[in-house]
Design a protein around this ligand. Structure first.
Ligand SMILES: C[S@@+](CC[C@H](N)C(=O)[O-])C[C@H]1O[C@@H](n2cnc3c(N)ncnc32)[C@H](O)[C@@H]1O
Length: 263
C-alpha cells in the first residue's frame, strides 16, 4: 500500500472519504485509520531495544494517548514482547507490560476493547485527555493499581495536530506539559504543518467552520521542531533519539525525563 502523506486521502472512494474527512472526524477519530497508516510502518523504524532502553525491565506501565481503535497499541505491545523473547534483555517472564489506551471517541474504544487479544495486559478507556478532571478520574486509579505515580512510557502518535487544531497554541502546550508530566519517557510523532493545511482546506471545502484556531495559530511551520524545543525547555525532557521519518514525513521522537528534573 502506498504510504499517504496526510491523514485525508483524496484518491479514496466517496464513502470512505466522507468517513475520513476532518469534518466527519474532527478529532482525527477516523474509523479506517489503520487501513492507511498500518502500525508496522512506524514500528519498523523503532528498534524495540532502543525504546526499552529508556525504561527499566520488570513491570512497565505504558499509556497510548489517542489510541484510536487500538491497532498501534497492540502492535507496540507485541513489538516489545518480541524483544523480550528474542533478545533476552530480561529473563523470561520478567518483563511485564501493562498498557492503557485512551481515546476521546467512545465508539473507537468499544472497537478496541472488543478486538483486544491481550485483555490481561492491555485495557482501553474513553477519555478526553484535555479534560483535567476526567484525566485524574481515569489515570490515577489505573496507576494506583500498579503502585505508580507516573507511566514508564507514553505513546503520543499523530495526536498533536488534532489537539492543536481543536485547542489552539495554548492547548497544544498544555497537552505537552500534561503528557510529559504523566510519564518518564515519551514517544511522540507530531504531524507536520502541511497536514494542518490539508485538514483545514478540506474542512473549508465541506463548508464547515470548525478548527476556529487554525488561522490564529502562531506555532506553525516546523511544528515538530517547536514541539521538541518546548519539551526540552519547558517540560524538562531530553531528546534521546529521533528514529527518522515515516512515509508520512512524520518524525518519531523519543524523549525521557531530564535527569535534572528527577526527584
Ligand atoms: C490520527 S489518530 C492517531 C491514532 C493513533 N495514535 C496512531 O497514530 O496510531 C488521532 C487520535 O487521537 C484521538 N484524540 C484526538 N483528540 C483527543 C483527545 N482530546 N483526547 C483523547 N484522544 C484524542 C482521536 O480520537 C484519534 O483516534
Amino acid at each position: 500500500m502506498a504510504a499517504p502523506m496526510c491523514e485525508v486521502k483524496p484518491e479514496r472512494g466517496r464513502a470512505e472519504n466522507e468517513q475520513c474527512e476532518p469534518g466527519a472526524a474532527p478529532y482525527g477519530n477516523f474509523v479506517n485509520y489503520y487501513r492507511f497508516n498500518p502500525p508496522g510502518e512506524r514500528l519498523r523504524l523503532i528498534p524495540p531495544a532502543d525504546l526499552a532502553a529508556v525504561f527499566p525491565g520488570g513491570r512497565t506501565v505504558a499509556l497510548d494517548v489517542g489510541c484510536n481503535c487500538g491497532d498501534f497499541s497492540i502492535a507496540m505491545y507485541k513489538h516489545l514482547c518480541d524483544l523480550k523473547e528474542n533478545l533476552k534483555w530480561v529473563t523470561p517472564g520478567e518483563m511485564d507490560l501493562k498498557l492503557l489506551g485512551c481515546d476521546i471517541d467512545a465508539d473507537l474504544i468499544q472497537r478496541a476493547t472488543e478486538s483486544n487479544s491481550f485483555p490481561e495486559s492491555i485495557s482501553y478507556v474513553t477519555l478526553d485527555v484535555m479534560d483535567l478532571a476526567s484525566r485524574a478520574a481515569v489515570l490515577k486509579p489505573y496507576l494506583d493499581k500498579f503502585d505508580r505515580t507516573a507511566f514508564d512510557i507514553c505513546f503520543c502518535m499523530s495526536v498533536t495536530m488534532w489537539i492543536h487544531l481543536n485547542h489552539g497554541d495554548q492547548g497544544l502546550l498544555d497537552f505537552l506539559l500534561c503528557v510529559s508530566g504523566l510519564c518518564k519517557a515519551l514517544l511522540i510523532e507530531p504531524q507536520p504543518w502541511k497536514c494542518y493545511r490539508s485538514a483545514a482546506r478540506r474542512l473549508r471545502k465541506l463548508g464547515q467552520s470548525k478548527f476556529d484556531h487554525f488561522k490564529s495559530l502562531s506555532i506553525k511551520g516546523d511544528v515538530a521542531q517547536k514541539i521538541q524545543q518546548f519539551l526540552i525547555t519547558d517540560c524538562k525532557m531530553e531528546l534521546v533519539r529521533c528514529f527518522g521519518s515515516t512515509g508520512w514525513d512524520r518524525s518519531l521522537l523519543l524523549f525521557k525525563k531530564s535527569s535534572l528534573s528527577q526527584d
